[in-house]
Design a protein around this ligand. Structure first.
Ligand code: TA6
Length: 322
């Protein structure tokens, strides 16, 4: 195993035992962090189960986080991977969710850390952990009175975050714990860190229907057969022609940077606020829009309906090109 100066001392202090993932709870029980023996690392706020940092084995940060992101649990985090549930955006015409704030309550509720599980690598000779899965839960009982009032349904969410040597997997199980059917939307609002927005091209969204929220009025059209480049404010909800499992790839300067694999998430939202970032109090630096692109896997067109006791599952795998 390649030795690195930054390797957590605990790893070298456990003779005989294959190197294990280190999982810690910190900041007065408000954050969970994990480090693999190979150096990959992640940090998650229990507030919103928001991933605020994901680093590869070299320590390179893969997610964009605003320098003015509020991390004390008083405001949705600007950056990382906030969670959107049970509504994407706002839905004034959808009675059951019309009273909810933008993107629902999942990203502004305190989740419970349910625990970790690891899997040993089959490949490396020392058999160290090759991934660690962290599970988080949110249910009706965790909600504020305001959220319960706005959306009075019995539900349970299990959000699993798996840090691996080759990428990051985030998956959600949604369960109707009540007697009445209800509908939801869900999305993983990933802020991907890039060097230069002008060098970005996105594939996997060709010849696909998309709703453009920048046009006035909002319009729905079909994308061209070539890659998407970002040359201004972009806020689009794609239904990729390749289906709910077709990958979307973000390349920079012609080199693959991220590939987002999807499971049961029909839509992909692409967002960059461009110069509008200057008017967003928690978006810093203002020029930071040049260093981020949101590529968000979700089920946000129409509604997923769950009858009493039914469950829904979906997720994404973000692979990085090393
Ligand atoms: O990412 C799509 C989007 O719905 C955009 O329209 C923009 O509002 C963005 O989410 C950020 O939303 P937020 O509520 O986090 O400011």
């Amino acid at each position: 195993m390649v030795d690195r100066p930054k390797k957590p001392s605990a790893l070298s202090a456990t003779p005989g035992l294959a190197p294990q993932a280190q999982v810690n709870i910190s900041h007065s029980n408000s954050r969970v962090s994990a480090v693999l023996p190979t150096g990959e690392a992640i940090e998650i706020l229990l507030y919103g189960a928001t991933i605020i940092s994901w680093k590869d084995a070299t320590g390179a940060e893969k997610l964009w986080l605003s320098e003015k992101a509020v991390l004390d649990g008083t405001k949705a985090v600007r950056g990382g991977i906030p969670l959107v549930f049970p509504v994407f955006g706002t839905a004034p015409d959808h009675a059951a969710t019309s009273a909810l704030p933008q993107h629902g309550f999942a990203r502004t509720s305190r989740w419970e850390f349910l625990g970790k599980s690891t899997s040993e690598s089959s490949g490396s000779k020392d058999g160290g952990d090759s991934s660690v899965k962290l599970d988080f839960g949110l249910s009706s009982s965790n909600l504020s009175d305001a959220s319960k009032k706005a959306w009075p349904y019995q539900f349970g969410l299990i959000y699993s975050v798996t840090l691996g040597k080759d990428g990051l997997t985030t998956s959600m199980v949604v369960r109707n714990e009540g007697e009445a059917a209800w509908e939801f939307q869900v999305l993983m609002h990933s802020y991907l860190k890039i060097d230069d927005i002008s060098a970005i091209s996105i594939t996997g969204l060709e010849s696909s229907s998309y709703t453009d929220k920048v046009t006035d009025p909002i319009s729905t059209t079909t994308s061209p057969s070539g890659p998407l480049t970002i040359t201004g404010k972009t806020d689009r909800v794609y239904t990729p022609a390749g289906g709910a499992n077709a990958p979307v790839t973000v390349s920079e300067g012609g080199k693959k940077k991220f590939t987002i694999g999807r499971d049961n998430l029909n839509e992909v939202v692409v967002w960059n606020p461009w110069v509008d970032a200057k008017s967003m109090a928690d978006f810093a630096p203002a020029e930071g829009y040049k260093n981020m692109i949101c590529v968000e896997a979700g089920a946000v067109k129409g509604w997923q309906k769950l009858e009493a006791g039914e469950t829904w599952e979906g997720g994404q795998v973000i692979s990085t090109a090393n």
